[in-house]
Write a protein that binds this ligand. Structure first.
Ligand code: 6PG
Length: 254
């Protein structure tokens, strides 16, 4: 489902509503809400909204468990670190118990950090279904999502939930959920904003299936299209092809 909103502020507000309603539903049904969040610039405003009224008060933070769908292997105080950014914008500002925050341990070598994170996920889900209630993702200008970059070996991974990956163009190690693991989630939501995402968004949604070029195309939670919260600028190249799927601004149905 593709939902088009007027601007970045509106997709952030819609995502905050969705986060809140999903967290409340999950708390009622499971007694906790498991969510994997992402890095990048787009979700910063969402985190800021969640950390302020009325969301800060509406969410039962003691039942929220925050994980990351990927991490850049830099120390947590480095501004590029995804967990560091989320702490600064959100987690340090809400009453979430420290043990409910599950960062990827980038003080370890990448391979070790990936193994440790997969173990942490397995311990967390234990004998329950290992599916996140919600995974929030962004879309990179080259079609990557999480740290699933074009033509990297991790794109073929079917068994692991988490993997290390080296990104040659950034000369950076990262740790990422695999596509096969993300696809087990109950719900996956992409936030996409800005004119500079219009070309890649059109390719991902309307172009031929080329997942090694455009890894975001691998994301099909339980075989279905994820939810795309997109602003007008990012959506302006989408054609009528998807019209049946495209919804105007408004509440997101369950
Ligand atoms: C990261 C990500 C990555 C991000 C996209 C979009 O750590 O870099 O999780 O997949 O979501 O690159 O980033 P922007 O929101 O900055 O465009």
């Amino acid at each position: 489902m593709i939902r088009i909103y007027s601007d970045h502020e509106s997709i952030s507000q819609a995502a905050a509503e969705l986060f809140t309603s999903r967290s409340r539903q999950a708390s009622i049904i499971c007694g906790r809400f498991s969510v994997a969040i992402s890095g990048g610039e787009t979700p910063r405003r969402l985190y800021e909204i969640l950390a302020s009224a009325p969301y800060r008060e509406r969410i039962h933070w003691d039942e929220v468990h925050i994980f990351w769908s990927d991490e850049r292997c830099v120390p947590e105080h480095d501004p590029r670190n995804n967990a560091g950014m989320a702490r600064q914008m959100l987690l340090d500002l809400v009453p979430i118990p420290p043990e409910n925050i599950h960062p990827i341990r980038c003080d370890q070598p990448p391979q070790q950090a990936a193994l440790l994170y997969e173990k942490e996920l397995k311990d967390f889900f234990k004998d329950q279904n290992p599916n996140f209630h919600l995974v929030l993702l962004g879309l990179g200008g080259n079609g990557h999502t999480a740290s699933l970059f074009p033509h990297t070996p991790v794109l073929n991974e079917q068994l692991r939930w988490v993997s290390e990956v080296y990104i040659p163009e950034l000369d950076m190690n990262r740790v990422t959920f695999t596509a096969s693991y993300i696809n087990q989630a109950d719900q996956v939501v992409f936030l996409v904003s800005g004119l500079d995402k219009a070309v890649v968004l059109e390719k991902v949604l309307e172009g031929p299936y080329q997942p090694h070029e455009l890894p975001a195309q691998l994301i099909r939670p339980n075989g279905k299209q994820p939810i795309w919260l997109v602003d007008k600028a990012a959506s302006h190249k989408l054609t009528a092809q998807n019209q049946e799927d495209i919804d105007a601004e408004g509440p997101i149905p369950d």
